[in-house]
Design a protein around this ligand. Structure first.
Ligand SMILES: [Zn+2]
Length: 361
């Protein structure tokens, strides 16, 4: 039986993200539980380094939680000063070069489930003690005889699109399923294989155009709706709040966003896979958004809507420029210009409503 230690990085409230309500510590505990449930169902022996948000074991306690375990996997999201930085990275021990393909497989699985790029797998060495791992959890896990010690950065919480994906419980489930499958394959676990990418309802993007928001003092559904430019009834519906629409401080709400789509007419010889590649979106999203079922056949001349991600309706504030707005959302300013038909010199008047396309959520 494979012995697996899952380490949700940090603790509650640690590392807030650029999108409302996100923090790395809380989200990684949720992801850890999803991953652990999946692995247990497939027959793995799973241990968590923490099971609540207020626990914060030391790096050494985490790494040595189960000496000799087959796998130690530490779950994180990344940060950068550059808001455009995106993608999944996985790390393995400098002392275990043979673990590289396994670490790459898990990273690739997570990236695929996020609809994100995979930035590669690395063994990061300590700058002060050569030959030893930079990451304390990896170092102490290897010292405790763990056979594969990994740290996975699930995209960047400093990037808007990555942050939104990580705020979506359905996306966390998909990531957990994909990682569990990669782990199960490696250890030859015989339990039921997970279903990758639970099919979304027709007309919706898998990954979802919505994000989580935690109710703050003074909030009402109406106030929150105004803040995000979303009808408050849509928030009530997405969050399952019945009349009389009472909400409590600390409650997590789901804020839905419209999809950002572009039309595409199918040309001779095109397949759904080719079109997906051309637009850089998962083909499953095109299938879901257009109600196309297996075997995913499309015809020349057929009109498709390509969901490129989510659309945020933003009201220009005084002092805003297109470049500042682009930076705030982590999207190229050129995309904001073309989505709103703006021409040089790209001047924006305060109060004007514009569309910000959030790519590939
Ligand atoms: Zn972290």
């Amino acid at each position: 039986m494979a012995t697996i230690v899952i380490d949700p990085g940090h603790y509650a409230g640690y590392n807030p993200g650029i999108c409302y309500g996100y923090n790395e510590g809380t989200t990684m505990l949720t992801l850890a539980k999803y991953l652990g449930e999946r692995l247990q169902a497939m027959g793995a022996d799973v241990t968590y380094t923490r099971t609540t948000n207020d626990q914060n074991p030391t790096l050494a306690q985490r790494g040595s939680a189960v000496p000799g375990a087959d796998l130690f996997i530490s779950l994180h999201s990344d940060a950068s000063d550059n808001p455009n930085m995106r993608g999944v990275t996985s790390y393995y021990s400098v002392q275990q070069p043979a673990s590289e393909p396994f670490a790459a497989e898990i990273g690739r699985a997570a990236a695929g489930a996020m609809g994100n790029s995979f930035n590669g797998t690395f063994a990061r060495m300590s700058e002060t003690t050569p030959g030893v791992d930079f990451y304390g959890v990896i170092r102490t896990a290897v010292e405790a005889g763990v056979k594969n010690a990994f740290l996975i950065e699930h995209g960047y919480h400093t990037n808007y699109a990555d942050c939104l994906v990580l705020s979506d419980p359905a996306a966390l489930r998909r990531i957990a399923d994909a990682e569990a499958e990669a782990i199960a394959r490696h250890f030859g676990l015989t339990g039921a294989p997970p279903q990758i990418g639970t099919p979304a309802k027709p007309g919706t993007i898998s990954g979802g155009c919505h994000f989580s928001y935690t109710v703050q003092p003074g909030d009402t559904l109406f106030v929150i709706g105004e803040r995000f430019g979303v009808p408050w009834r849509d928030i009530a519906g997405a969050s399952g709040i019945p009349s009389p629409y009472n909400i409590e401080v600390g409650q997590r709400l789901t804020i839905p966003w419209p999809q950002y789509t572009v039309p595409h007419t199918v040309r001779a010889g095109e397949t759904i896979y080719l079109i997906a590649e051309r637009y850089g979106v998962p083909w499953q999203n095109i299938a879901n958004a257009n109600g196309i079922a297996a075997p995913y056949r499309i015809e020349q001349g057929q009109r498709l809507l390509i969901a490129q991600g989510c659309q945020y309706d933003y009201t220009v504030q005084s002092g805003d420029t297109i470049y500042l707005i682009a930076q705030k959302f982590g999207v190229p300013w050129q995309q904001i210009a073309s989505a709103n038909g703006l021409k040089a010199p790209y001047r924006l008047m305060p109060g004007r409503k514009i569309v910000v396309p959030i790519p590939q959520v």
